[in-house]
Design a protein around this ligand. Structure first.
Ligand SMILES: Cc1cc2nc3c(=O)[nH]c(=O)nc-3n(C[C@H](O)[C@H](O)[C@H](O)COP(=O)(O)O)c2cc1C
Length: 197
């Protein structure tokens, strides 16, 4: 059995194509491997920008935290625990202005925590998470895969590698707002099906 963390970030909720594709993949895993799925929808429950107060709470020893700091630290602790408890992360992510949705950035800012998910050594940073597979389901209105305008793909590779997750695969559904969009969507569906098998 595998534990899947399904991260959703589209503003489009039920109409979202990235959510639909990622749901399909999670359903395949559930059927084939009796996977358990935990969903974190960061668009439905958006995270605010990271604040100095929240970082201050992380840096205050747990026993010395005020009530407010306990509550603030709990946000990141909960999100990190969800990642730690999973062996597969499915990340459903639309392209917003050439990058990731700002809510995803707010999530990532709470996942990268010194001493918990990464540490600095004499030779540079080392990720502290391991043995997790990351599958990114990336939807775009236009066509950007493999071009310099796709800052999203490199950011996701760098971010997940920074915390130790280097086993990362991308499935793209591009050109969804273009005339051949439906074809691209069904191609992504087929790729996801073979990926799960
Ligand atoms: C705020 C916003 C910004 C967008 N920026 C881009 C972009 O830079 N490049 C692109 O190809 N599509 C862009 N799109 C289109 C979405 O990526 C596309 O509609 C995608 O299918 C949305 O995924 P979803 O159906 O899961 O919400 C943007 C859409 C929104 C709402």
């Amino acid at each position: 059995m595998s534990n899947i963390l399904l991260i959703k970030s589209s503003l489009n909720g039920e109409q979202s194509k990235s959510n639909a594709l990622a749901n399909q993949l999670a359903d395949h895993f559930t059927l084939l491997q009796a996977a358990k799925v935990v969903t974190r929808d960061i668009a439905a429950e958006p995270l605010p920008h990271l604040s100095q107060a929240e970082m201050g709470a992380w840096m205050t020893p747990a026993n010395d935290r005020s009530e407010a700091q306990v509550e603030l630290a709990n946000v990141s602790d909960t999100l990190i625990q969800e990642v730690q408890d999973s062996d597969t992360l499915i990340v459903a992510i639309p392209m917003y202005n050439f990058g990731v949705p700002s809510t995803f950035k707010a999530w990532a800012d709470r996942i990268a925590r010194a001493g918990i998910t990464f540490k600095y050594t004499e030779t540079g940073p080392v990720g502290l998470l391991e043995n997790k597979r990351v599958i990114v389901v990336a939807t775009r209105g236009g066509m950007y895969q493999g071009t310099e305008k796709d800052s999203q793909t490199q950011f996701l590779k760098d971010f997940f590698a920074f915390i130790g997750l280097t086993d990362i695969q991308f499935v793209y559904a591009e050109g969804l707002n273009m005339p051949n969009g439906e074809h691209s969507f069904s191609e992504a569906q087929s790729k996801l099906e073979s990926l799960a098998n």
